[in-house]
Design a binder for this molecule. Structure first.
Ligand code: TEU
Ligand code: CA
Length: 628
């Protein structure tokens, strides 16, 4: 089924019926912190696009609506409606993301490594996770901590050798766990052999592996995610080269068949080794619009990135993904989860639906910031926004798609720190989030440290930060603010909060006896693995118990989800139900006591994050009851 072509004579409601149109409208409303009803009300929804264009002439860039229509009409396929859930291992698995640099350092040089990870596999097994995602461990000059790959076929020497990796993979499989690698193929390092040859000799076939332009002026107005323009000038060949991320992360030209072939054989090479799948870095950015047109000013003001409409869902993206799936993943039955910033629910259905043969799952990021906010804002996150997001996705994503459930990764400050910085809330908040993550429908991705309630770090100054994004942001903030203000701004959103060493013990020697490459600044007693494993009702033990519960009860994996009293503020209640089991999850999303609505008669308490049960829900209380 296809949606009709949208023209300026179409009405807002027609636009809203297309997958891209719906996602974009939702995105803009989220950004503006507006309710969806302002668009679905009959007066607005009947307006013709050209009328809206006239009304908004003053505020909007003259080409905004043309840009919008191009984007919307590029994908008119309608997502299929619901079908039955296809059961498979990755829907049942509990994933754990490891940031190798900061997980465990076996040779005491201050940097985490593969032997360190091997030494912690029993630990992972003890929590109960059964799949591991490794952030990049390939050879890299580490401009962006491994997301700038120099050689796809080598292990970074600081992390160990290929033998170490093979041992790791073997040890993982011995424990009946799965291992997925990070696949970074939107760009390579500028130190990759391909790029070196590309700038050395413009006649070399590798020149066409990247995106070069030989104009006198900068080729377009696109911005890099890490600050400045998305182009760097190569003076030896008088050409511009595109980089959407750091100046050392050069975008590959996916239009070139040989690039595709080389990447495909690389993927197969790793699958031949036995890896179980991939987390695909910014995989929705692969296809760039023909002619690389300038980014629209209005979109740039709204979204914050200039040019993004030309590559976040490029014209060939779906082709590339299905090709990778067919030629590389399918023969190995490999699993894929795409990291796709900017992709909303409807487009997500088109990219991950069972019937679409592109990706298995994807990471959506809309729940990580409250409506109207961006990562570098310092604000308090209201969990009612998380609830709204989870309800919307759970009810509308469909059985042919499957959600990834997560709060943290290596690209964001710690989620609980956004909600409350009060020390007394920390254990309850952590376990409340764990309950939600492990009892809703989707695959949980736990990020290292979640299981001990890790929070943001009190970095004292810029010298303690390492991330290229933070360092660049600081420089650009300095143009308009003083040092203290710039530092505070960086601190609110810095990715380094989640990149500090894993806190294995109070004295901080469990990660490394050497000087660690980045220091952690949270020494609150009791918030390390050693203490929490000893302590009976710790966050760690809650994770363990909840994972176990999910594993042993199919209703918590494949069962239906029924929400109750969804409109009641601060209150989150739902049921997981199948033919055999019924679970009730009842939570307080606020720091104030709240009345219970669940009738506890005939129900057995399975889990509570408070010691004694009570008739009121205490701050951030989360309980699981079972009927039958
Ligand atoms: O991240 C992509 C991405 O768009 C963001 O999450 C990014 O970290 C930031 O928000 C940009 O402002 C992926 C990786 O997860 C990240 O670590 C890499 O730096 C990036 O791609 C480039 O490879
Ligand atoms: Ca090391």
């Amino acid at each position: 089924m296809k949606a009709p072509v949208i023209t300026k004579n179409s009405r807002i409601k027609d636009l809203y019926q297309t997958p891209m149109g719906k996602d974009l409208v939702h995105k803009v409303l989220l950004q503006m912190n507006q309710k969806r009803t302002i668009i679905t009300n009959p007066i607005v929804s009947h307006l013709k696009i050209k009328t809206v264009e006239k009304l908004l002439k003053k505020q909007f860039d003259p080409n905004f609506f043309d840009a919008l229509l191009t984007l919307v009409n590029q994908e008119r396929t309608l997502p299929s409606k619901t079908s039955t859930i296809q059961e498979t291992w990755w829907k049942e698995a509990v994933f754990y993301q490891i940031y190798p640099r900061s997980f465990c350092d076996a040779n005491q040089d201050g940097i985490g490594d593969i032997q360190g990870i091997i030494s912690k596999l029993d630990y992972l097994q003890a929590i109960g996770v059964n799949a591991v995602w490794l952030s990049p461990i390939y050879d890299s000059p580490n401009d962006d901590n491994g997301y700038d790959i120099r050689d796809y076929y080598q292990i970074l020497d600081t992390f160990g050798s290929m033998e170490d990796f093979e041992l790791l993979l073997n040890e993982v499989h011995q424990r009946e766990m799965k291992l997925i690698m990070d696949l970074v193929v939107n760009h390579t390092s500028d130190e990759h052999e391909w790029y070196k040859q590309a700038v050395e000799d413009t006649q070399s076939k590798y020149h066409d592996y990247y995106i070069f332009r030989s104009s006198k002026e900068i080729p377009n107005n696109w911005k890099s995610f890490f600050g400045g323009p998305a182009w760097r000038y190569e003076s030896t060949i008088n050409e511009w080269a595109m980089h959407l991320f750091s100046t050392k992360q050069m975008d590959l030209n996916w239009e070139n068949n040989e690039v595709q072939e080389d990447i495909m054989s690389m993927i197969r090479w790793w699958l031949d080794k036995g890896v179980d799948g991939f987390r695909m870095d910014v995989i929705n950015y692969l296809s760039k619009a023909k002619g690389l047109p300038d980014g629209n000013k209005t979109i740039s003001d709204m979204i914050g990135y200039t040019g993004i409409e030309h590559y976040f869902y490029g014209p060939k993206l779906y082709d590339y993904l299905t090709k990778i799936k067919k030629q590389a993943f399918m023969p190995y039955n490999a699993f894929s989860v795409g990291e796709m910033p900017g992709i909303g629910m409807e487009m997500g259905k088109l990219l991950t639906g069972d019937d679409r043969h592109a990706l298995d799952m994807f990471f959506s990021f809309d729940h990580l910031e409250a409506p109207g906010h961006v990562r570098f804002d310092d604000y308090v996150y209201d969990l009612n926004d998380l609830k709204d997001y989870l309800i919307d996705w759970t009810l509308n994503y469909g059985n042919h798609c499957w959600m990834a459930l997560f709060y943290n990764n290596h690209d964001n400050p710690r989620f609980i720190s956004k909600v409350s910085k009060q020390p007394e809330h920390r254990p309850y908040l952590s376990t409340l989030l764990a309950v939600i993550q492990l009892t809703l429908k989707g695959t949980p991705f736990i990020y290292q440290g979640d299981e001990i309630g890790a929070i943001n770090q009190a970095f004292p100054n810029m010298n303690e930060l390492r991330d290229v994004e933070s360092l660049n942001m600081y420089q650009s903030y300095l143009e308009t603010s003083n040092e203290q203000e710039a530092f505070n701004k960086v601190l609110a959103g810095s990715r380094d909060h989640t990149r500090v060493p894993m806190k294995w013990d109070q004295r901080n020697v469990g990660f490394s006896k050497g000087v660690s490459w980045i220091k952690g600044f949270d020494d609150t007693e009791g918030y390390d693995v050693e203490s929490q494993m000893k302590q009976e009702r710790s966050i760690w033990h809650s994770y363990q118990l909840l994972i176990e519960l999910r594993k042993n009860n199919r209703a918590l994996i494949y069962g239906d989800v029924v929400f109750y009293k969804a409109k009641k503020k601060d209150y989150f209640m739902y049921q997981r139900i199948d033919q055999d089991q019924v679970f009730w999850i009842e939570c307080n999303l606020s720091s104030q006591p709240l009345k219970r609505c669940l009738d506890l008669q005939n129900k057995k308490l399975v889990y509570s994050n408070y010691e004694q049960t009570s008739n009121v829900l205490r701050p951030y209380e989360a309980t699981i009851y079972r009927l039958r």
